[in-house]
Every structure is written in C-alpha cells, then in structure tokens.
Design a protein around this ligand. Structure first.
Ligand SMILES: NC(=O)c1ccc[n+]([C@@H]2O[C@H](COP(=O)([O-])OP(=O)(O)OC[C@H]3O[C@@H](n4cnc5c(N)ncnc54)[C@H](O)[C@@H]3O)[C@@H](O)[C@H]2O)c1
Length: 428
C-alpha cells in the first residue's frame, strides 16, 4: 500500500515520517522544489524535526519526495495537508485545497482514498473538494473513490507531542469511506476516533481552535483588568491552576500568532453566515486578542516614559519573532505587529530570535524581508533603550538580559524567576 502526502510543511512532513516509520510506503508531494530537494538529500527544514528522522526513512526506502503529480497514480491513499489562510478581507482562502484537488484528480484511481487534513469550514470536503475531484477524474466520490476528513493536531515545539500518540478524529463521506480512512490511520496512529461525517470532523477541529482563542482572549482581558487593579494575572493563574478540577490554565500574551488559532475560527464565522448564524464569542475573542499589541506598545511607552524617554527616537529590541517558544515558525506572529507599531511611532526597531536569523519574504509584512536578527552579546544588547519580550524561547539567557538591560517589557512572564531591580521589568 502506498500513501501520498500532499503538502510537506509543519503538518505533512511529521505525518509522512510517522507513516513511513510504521512501514507504510510514503510518497511526499510538494510544489516547493527546495523542500523536495532537501528531503531527497535526507535533510529537514523544520527545526524540531531532526534530519536523521528524514534520512532514516529515505535510506529505508519507505519515504520519497517529488513535485511530479503524475506519480499520484502510484498511490492507494492520498492525504492533503496544504495551507488554509485567510485572504486580505479575512475570508477563507481554500484555493490551495482546490488547486491540489485539480492537480491530483486526473491521476486518481478507482478504489483509492482521499483524505483532507487542512483545517477548514464544515462542507469543504464533501462540497468543494469533492466537486473538483469528481470533475477532474470522472469518478464519483463514495462510489468510485473514498473521501474523508481528518484534522491535524500537530503541536510544534512540544517534545511530548508525538503524532503516533495523538488520537486522530476521522469522518467519512460514506460509512465505507470512514472504514477505509480508519484503516489507513490505524496503521500509524494508536487511537483513531471515528465521527459520523466529514463535517463533524471539520467542526471538531474548529471547536478545538475556537476554544483556545476564546480562553486566551479571556486571560488577555483579565490581564488588563487585573493590571489596572495592581494584581499580577500570572500569579492568579498559577494559583487557580492548583484547582484539581474544572480549570485549565491559559496564559496571556502580546496577541495571537501561528497558522491556526488567529485564523481558523474565522472559517467558521464565514460559513455560519450562510446559515444566518453569528459567532459572537469568536468575534469578541478576535477583538480582544487583536487589541493586545496596542496594549503592549502602551506599556513600552510607559516604561520608556519612566526613564524620561519617548518611543520616538528610542531603540527597541523585540525579543522573539516566532509566534510561540522554541519553534522557528513566525507566521502571523504578533511580533511583526509590535515592530510595525513601534516603528510607526518613531522607534528604531530590531529583533533577536536565534531560530529566525533572517526574515523571509511574506505577503503581509513584506518590508521586513531580509532583516536579520541582532547578535546576542553584551555590546549589542546594551545599546537598546528597551527590550520587549514577545516570545519566551527557553534558550535565551534571561539572567544576561537582566544584567544588560535596564528597561524590560515582558509579555510572557519570562523574567519571573530572574533577579531584577524594582522598576526594571514591566509586565505587559
Ligand atoms: N502548523 C500547525 O501547527 C498546524 C496544526 C494543525 C493544523 N494545521 C493545518 O494544517 C494545514 C497545513 O498547515 P502547515 O502548517 O503544515 O502549512 P505549511 O505552510 O507548513 O505547509 C504547507 C505545504 O503545502 C505546500 N503546498 C502549497 N500548495 C500546494 C499544492 N497545490 N500542492 C502541493 N503542495 C502544496 C507548501 O509548499 C507547503 O510546503 C493548514 O490547514 C493548517 O491550518 C496546522
């Protein structure tokens, strides 16, 4: 049995490796020739995936990578893991899914299975993707080929998160489609959780991500309220989390980042309108979370003001460009928004992130492309008027930061365990 995985990014690559390690022959497909080239050489391009994990399965012959979509013919099962962003009007952009559907349809074989993993609104699999697959192949879903949805639950940067051990929700277009998809995932994943339809599986993923977005918004709001009352929200969360039932800690920050939490809930908002429904929790959470960078910049202004300085003309270092600790993924990172807001107010802005040595071109933040992380040494770091901690990478030496910088604005409570002097750290 051969399985093709289309889209070899943060989701598709670890999934491919897990299947390959489980003895399933995997053909990885990506339109990015540089990724295909790296994988063929046994090299990883994702920080938390070691190259040995790739070279091992390449050598064993269970994994190969290609950009040649005609090789889809070889596959009995296809798993699609391509991006699902929002467009500039913050509406779902499922063009990557549609393009993938068009590229694979001509090579689809009767009896094969197609599974979508990209996070999306309910109906994408059995409406949008089904239509392009049927039109391009002349085959009928549920009769000639099988169709299913299974949401990814990748947690990049979490060393305890193993693809094989994370239960996998699966919904099929028909009961036979579900059976096929459950059989496929059971080869590589310990627990498969079948649900009644593709839509139920799509909706499950949206519930999971909306849950995070709403709860993060709640603690972000409490951060601002408690701060005004002179109460430290971090202390409060640490105390609350000692409750052995009915509480789960979420932590405030400078705003949402990454490819999922800031985006996915709005896929549901968009689809809900078709049914005359409003997603008020999602909208409110979005409003609170997107207001966070402005709150943080206010704190930077307060901290500088305390030293008779203005943002205008000050040099500010943003520490951490990745959207969460210990990863090299800076998509949708609030650090970009912080840097832009500070720059608009006249600050000289630089960043430090050992995992993002240089900023790659992006559509949203084009003018930062090519900007390099500053070096981590006393001579460089002491030149800044303020350091704004946006991401708490574990590898950063926060004791050195305390020695080198008088003015630290901390959005992650990274300085909590470091000895600092009164007025040196501003929690934001
Ligand atoms: N990153 C996460 O932690 C995470 C977690 C859960 C779910 N997801 C979801 O999984 C999906 C993929 O996310 P990701 O983080 O892996 O994205 P990614 O950008 O890291 O990877 C996507 C890959 O797809 C490739 N690609 C784009 N169009 C293609 C096409 N037409 N044919 C073949 N390859 C194509 C890109 O070159 C890229 O390598 C998204 O829907 C995302 O919301 C991501």
């Amino acid at each position: 049995m051969k399985t093709a995985v289309v889209g070899l990014g943060y989701v598709g690559l670890p999934l491919s490796l897990q299947f390959a390690r489980s003895g399933v022959s995997v053909l990885g497909l990506d339109v990015d020739a540089a990724k295909v080239d790296a994988l063929r050489k046994g090299k990883s391009y994702i920080k938390h995936i070691p190259s040995e994990a790739v070279s091992e399965v390449v050598k064993a012959g269970t994994f190969s990578a290609t950009s040649d979509f005609s090789r889809i013919r070889e596959a009995d099962a296809l798993i699609i893991c391509v991006p699902t962003p929002l467009n500039k009007n913050r509406e779902p952009d499922i063009s990557f899914i549609i393009d993938t559907g068009k590229s694979i349809a001509p090579y689809l074989r009767p009896g094969s299975l197609v599974v979508l993993e990209s996070t999306t609104y309910p109906g994408t699999t059995d409406e949008d993707l089904r239509e392009v697959l049927e039109a391009g192949s002349g085959l009928k879903a549920g009769r000639d080929f099988h169709l299913a949805f299974s949401p990814e639950r990748e947690d990049p940067g979490n060393p305890d998160s193993k693809v094989a051990l994370i239960p996998k929700v699966v919904g099929g277009y028909t009961p036979a489609c579900l059976e096929k998809a459950v059989a496929l995932y059971s080869r590589a994943v310990k627990t498969v959780v079948p649900v009644s339809s593709c839509r139920a599986a799509e909706a499950t993923k949206l519930l999971e991500n909306t849950f995070r977005s709403v709860n993060i918004a709640l603690v972000n709001e409490l951060k601002t309220v408690y701060s005004a009352m002179g109460i430290d929200v971090w202390e409060v969360i640490d105390a609350a989390r000692t409750k052995p039932f009915g509480f789960m800690p979420f932590y405030p920050g400078p705003g949402l980042g990454g490819h999922c939490i800031p985006i996915d809930p709005f896929y549901l908002t968009w689809k809900a309108r078709e049914f005359g429904q409003h997603t008020r929790f999602i909208e409110l959470a979005g409003e609170i979370n997107t207001a966070m960078p402005a709150y943080v910049v206010h704190k930077v202004a307060d901290a500088l003001n305390d030293r008779q300085k203005a943002i205008k003309g000050s040099s500010v270092l943003v520490l951490g460009l990745a959207y969460k600790p210990n990863v090299d993924d800076e998509r949708e990172s609030p650090s970009y928004v912080l840097m832009e807001m500070l720059q608009e107010r006249g600050a000289k802005v630089a960043y430090y992130d050992p995992y993002v040595p240089v900023i790659k071109p992006t559509r949203e933040h084009a003018h930062w492309a090519g900007t390099r992380s500053v070096a981590w040494n006393k001579k460089t770091i002491t030149t800044f008027d303020a350091v704004l901690i946006a991401t708490n990478h574990a590898c950063v030496n926060y004791e050195q930061l305390a020695d080198w910088t008088e003015c630290i604005v901390d959005t992650r409570n990274a300085m909590a365990k470091v000895g600092t002097s009164p007025g040196q750290v501003w929690k934001a």
